[in-house]
Design a protein. Structure first.
Length: 425
């Protein structure tokens, strides 16, 4: 009997793998209605603006801004099912001006018959200014209703003229409670989840998945799927998911690289550059780029590195880092990969110093510890007669008049003669 039941479970797992080998669990169990959508109550809760717009099928152009796995794409697909408009879905990574032109042509035909067109553009922050400018007039005229999804601040990544015509909805990391509900639904769902299997998982282990996923439903479901498909069948014909299996699953799923965030690999890049290993640095860079990481994210991290780990040892490092970031913004992938490689190797080979970083940390600690210490009167601005009478600017020594050799205190009195640098700055 054990062999027979075990064989059935094994067959079920095999069937799940074969039927869904091109579709991960996170995609299979996406909710198809607002009632099944967990989290983001501030955006989509009862009587909220967006919920009313969806229910009435009168949606404005929108930007969904939030972290990975927070429900942006899921909500867009729910809209696709409810709307009477023609719905086009694509990613800015793979969609260019040619594809946009095709959508516009279809939208213009739809408008002649009074039918609306919704264009869902995932990762809209990856489109450059030219691409966004091409979309703008059709959003402006209402030919297309845009739904853009982004993990980046749209104030910086979406052109102002396009952003001004969109309602921005901010998505937050999902709460632990929402993640728990999503996991439990995946375990019980017989059609698209693991409901056909005898899954045994206790509350603590489900809670562990929720905690380690950091509000990312996709990550939680990827881990659950990996744990289910790799765990052994017990003598009682169950598939028991343990805490150890979950921890291993988190480590294994990282190998596949989450294209939107991967703190382990960016940490490896940072530490390789810090250790002056150009070969390892370019390897970790390639891991991110080839997995589809946002080049602007990498560029920002290199800029941070230039000041944090090189700083005053080579002031040109910051110039190289900013230039690489701008190159990414101008030309995008795949062309910008070499600009990033140039910057990464430059950082790795630079002389290092964290003195600037340490000095700033010490100064920040003083700010937190001592609060709003008064600016010395001599350093204050004195635009009015009253301020001058109160002593603002009095006895201030203008540095050029003293050949920059003047002796004067520039600190609040309580921090007088404080030193943050070791090398005599």
């Amino acid at each position: 009997m054990f062999f027979t039941d075990t064989f059935k479970i094994a067959i079920n797992i095999y069937i799940i793998k074969m039927e869904n080998n091109k579709q991960p669990l996170a995609d299979r169990i996406r909710p198809d209605s607002l009632d099944k959508f967990f989290g983001q109550e501030e955006v989509i809760g009862e009587k909220k603006l967006l919920r009313e717009a969806i229910n009435s099928d009168k949606m404005p152009s929108m930007i969904f801004w939030g972290p990975p796995g927070s429900g942006k794409t899921t909500l867009a697909l729910i809209i696709a099912k409810k709307t009477k408009s023609e719905f086009f879905q694509t990613s800015a990574v793979s969609c260019g001006l040619k594809e946009l032109k095709q959508v516009i042509e279809k939208a213009e035909i739809n408008s002649l018959s009074g039918k609306k067109t919704i264009f869902f553009l995932d990762e809209i922050h990856r489109w450059n200014k030219r691409q966004q400018d091409a979309l703008l007039p059709y959003v402006e005229k209402g030919t297309i209703t845009l739904i853009g999804a982004t993990t980046e601040n749209p104030s910086f990544e979406v052109i102002k003229s396009l952003l001004s015509r969109c309602q921005v909805f901010v998505f937050k990391e999902l709460t632990k409670e929402s993640i728990l509900k999503i996991i439990k639904r995946a375990i019980k769902d017989k059609k698209n989840g693991f409901g056909k299997l005898n899954i045994k998982i206790d509350k603590k282990t489900i809670s562990l998945i929720s905690e380690l996923s950091n509000g990312d439903a996709r990550k939680a479901l990827n881990v659950l799927e990996y744990a289910v498909l790799t765990s052994k069948i017990t003598e009682k014909n169950n598939i028991k998911i343990t805490a150890d299996a979950v921890k291993q699953a988190f480590q294994k799923t990282y190998l596949f690289y989450d294209k939107e965030e991967h703190y382990d690999i960016i940490s490896a890049l940072h530490k390789s550059m810090r250790g002056s290993d150009a070969n390892a640095s370019i390897y970790w860079l390639a891991r991110m780029i080839e997995a589809g990481e946002d080049p602007l994210y990498i560029g920002r991290r290199i800029i941070r590195f230039a000041s944090e780990d090189i700083g005053l040892a080579n002031s040109r490092a910051l110039e190289q880092a900013v230039a690489a970031y701008r190159a990414c913004h101008f030309i995008g992938l795949p062309e910008c990969s070499l600009a990033l490689a140039q910057a990464v190797v430059y950082m790795a080979k630079c002389k290092k110093s964290n003195e600037l970083y340490v000095a700033y940390q010490k100064a920040a600690e003083d700010v937190k510890k001592h609060g709003n210490l008064a600016v010395p009167l001599g350093l204050r601005n004195a635009p009015t007669e009253l301020m001058k009478e109160l002593g603002y600017g009095k006895d201030y020594k203008y540095s050029p008049d003293f050949n920059y050799q003047e002796k004067q205190n520039y600190f609040p009195e309580k921090l007088k003669k404080r030193k943050y640098f070791k090398n005599g700055y």
